[in-house]
Design a protein around this ligand. Sequence first.
Ligand code: CTP
Ligand code: MG
Length: 404
Amino acid sequence: MGVWMNAWGIIVAAGRGERLLSASGGVSKQFLAWRGAPLYWASALLLARCARLKGLVFVFPEALLAEERARAAALSAKASLGLPCRFAAGGKRRQDSVCNGLAALPDEATHVLIHDAARPFASPALCNRVLDELEKGAAGVIPGIPVTDTIKVVRDGEVAHTPDRETLKAVQTPQGFLLVTLRASHARALNEGWDVTDDAMLLERCGVPVRLVEGEPGNAKITRAEDLAMLEEKSAPSVVRVGYGYDVHAYTDPEEARARPLRLGGVAVPEGGFAVRAHSDGDVLLHALMDALLGCVGGGDIGQLFPDADPALDNVSSCVLLDEVMTLAREKGFSLEHVDVTVIAQRPKVGPHREEIRKNLARLLGLGVESVNVKATTEEGLGFTGSCQGIKSVAVATGRQTRG
Ligand code: CTP
Ligand code: MG
């Protein structure tokens, strides 16, 4: 049986970032813009991915508390942390900031993970390793990694001694604690005037064992000017996006009010005099393609974007709508690389128009023809396409989206 746990996270973001102020143009490092948000937000998102945490406390410099609190609320409205958040003003030293953060925790909290805002690269797996040890009953848990350099203890410019490297660990955050123990250690530190650089040191001084878990070499703390390069490398990563679209239109009497002569991929397909029932021009291929593009950028579907009831869209060209979707996708940092579309119809025959459709799509999408594939098939006389009641199309779009 594990220990019953109500664990909260504390993000300490109240430092000055003295050591890189000149390189950052006077901005304290936790507020540097990274992936479309201040750096501390990345550290908060990382803790928020840890399902066992019940809430987060942000500790900001006192003078910026109201401003940053509002900014965190706005960021949360965009991409919710899914956790209740509290806010506290920081203090002069890191340990004072932690102390204020502890005071802001709710009564029901039993454990806490304290994380530096300046360590945005830690993984949720690391948080879970720390929480696992707390659940097993540890009062203090810290991540550490082996040191690669030989470390010397130096006094007055002279080497005093060389500790055995095997016994040394470079420690990181998040550090996890049983709250009663950490609070008691902080109270004692206050009474006795201790000055420490991390919370584990307080427990050590109080004689409480602190357990070590494997840290992560990638979990660096942005500290000096040269560390800014780590943010640059990771500031514009692009991710592959794949979107899928599907659309159907019913064939109808060409004389009917909402009948539109058949168009596929912006190309007229007059053979057989087929017409589809639609509000726009009813280009089933372009509709499937637009949904695939919206799928790539989390943009919902064309029904949401272009409602059927909108009189402005009556008989509108789907090429115009596609242009709007492309603009929207680009604004979201999406760059299209490839599309693959299939038209499913018993009649008319699409094959004779395939190359023209392909070229037209390449033009509309700004792609080379080699990046556009158009296929057509029947359903062997089966279903609504087989009985020529309608036509359908599916599309897959692939591209890359840059974050931030
Ligand atoms: N921190 C804090 N309150 C302080 C000092 C530090 O909340 N009074 C936070 C920092 O914002 C940072 C983390 O503690 O996220 C780790 O501290 P450190 O790397 O030393 O940051 P700074 O103190 O801001 O940097 P510097 O020491 O270069 O001034
Ligand atoms: Mg500091």
